[in-house]
Design a protein around this ligand. Sequence first.
Ligand code: ADP
Ligand code: ZN
Length: 213
Amino acid sequence: MNIILLGPPGAGKGTQARRLVEDRNMIQLSTGDMLREARTSGTEMGRLVADVMDRGELVTDDIVIGLIEEKMSGDHRGGFIFDGFPRTLAQADALGRLLERHGSALDAVIEMQVDDTALVERITARSTCADCGEVYNDITKPQPADGKCAKCGGSNFKRRADDNAESLKQRLMEYYKKTSPLIGYYYAKGNLKTIDGLGEMDAVAKEIAAALG
Ligand code: ADP
Ligand code: ZN
């Protein structure tokens, strides 16, 4: 099964993708994670995209399509979860071609709806465990008082450079201008399933499971 998690920054795509990896043995392909990894490892591409990302703008289609293409040639297991990709119509067309080339197809596009006020609250309060990626929220799920990650026991927490009010505004704008047209695109293709992404993590996971059947 191949699915796309579609939604604005802060909708919870990454969190739900990690659950699907655990529950269904799927492979998460997050272009955001791939780009951040390229930055950390100091590749030329990482240097190229750093400023663009910190400003909250989109990286060029060529770069992200190249990243996805590379990863899709690897292990398939239970299929792919595309998280944060595609983000433009050109990327959506490219993904269609890549899947076709692999003799496979898209099974569902899960649109995660969350209102804008909640997104801003989620993102500006967000931190993650540097070791396992567990997501914390200053208000709803604070880092444990003993300073140790509840999931893996690690003690390094980080905040993303682009999780600030200014670049979030830009990310939201990019979403509405360039990514939200994909909702109509996939509706027309008959792939779209819309779910309410505002609830608790478990409730959202249940909705996704129901949508996937
Ligand atoms: P979020 O969904 O919270 O905005 P991501 O981790 O998905 O975060 O993406 C972080 C940044 O990485 C984006 O703001 C953008 O600069 C870049 N990026 C990630 N995926 C793509 C993509 N498919 N196309 C263009 N840029 C991307
Ligand atoms: Zn951890």
